[in-house]
Unconditional design. Sequence first.
Length: 331
Amino acid sequence: MLPLSIKIYNYDLKGLKPLNRSKSTVSNQEGCIIGCEWKPGQFGYADICPKPFFKDAPLSFQMEGLLLDQPSDLVKNAMTLSMLDAQARSNDTDLLASGFMLRNHKLISSLDELTIESLKAIEKEGFKVIKIKSDLATAQNIETIEQLSAGSNLLWRFDFNNLLSFEQAKAFLSQLSAEAKSKIQFVEDICNYNDEEWSHLQSFGVKLAIDNCALDIDFENLAADVMVLKPGRYNIIERLKKVKSKNLHFVVTHSMDHPFGILSAMAMAIKLQFFIKDKLMDCGFLPGEQFEWDAHFQPFEVKGPHIVPKEDIGFGSSSDLEKLPWKILNA
């Protein structure tokens, strides 16, 4: 089913801060909010935010494909989200009504940022979990991890973005003490996924999470304990069906995308929770400091590990969406 019409709002958010210790220049974030008219006068909205990290085609190519009726998977997913948003708006349904109940982790750009004092301050804010963007230097800094993890009740998540080799991953996990392992909730994308190698890594007694997983992997024999889901990139309910036989826990996050993309991802996490109940862990929706905020959108109200969505309909931001400088998408 194709929409009756499509309008877009293009954004280009200035890059401010890298996610890890990299000193490389931060690229701006280019994307768009798409408005699809599914019935006369009935619009639904979604974010399209291509990422070079995921080897996405640039936004111009994404829009060209849409005009040629050859949308990418990223665009197809956005159109599905816009349909859900349209249905909710037509029924005056607030898809974020229980959004405050979602807990989030605290994102830490580097292990270097942490001290015993900062960890206690994070804990005092109400957080239970921190997520640290990690690299080989992190994996080699076992002494600091041991000392800091013992200094608070926080649980730790390490996200290596597949930067370690299998041998480096083994070395990291093998050196952790039992006490440190008890504080590690999981290690995400520790190295490139391989059934046999990850199965071996699980034997070290630390839970493994997979995020950047290809669709051609063997989901039935997935050697992971946690799956990270990104609603802005694919249909998370369809992904859930692929692992229905596995005893997994799940984390839902945004994709470092637009504020509206964050809200729609939150709404999908609420929908997912209906199916998986207590297998939904603390999520990753808090706005980061990597990109400037879109001035057309009101800032979120954040209370510790919670985002407090405004009362609205659909994915929210109704008043902001009305004021955007929309352009009709046509050939």
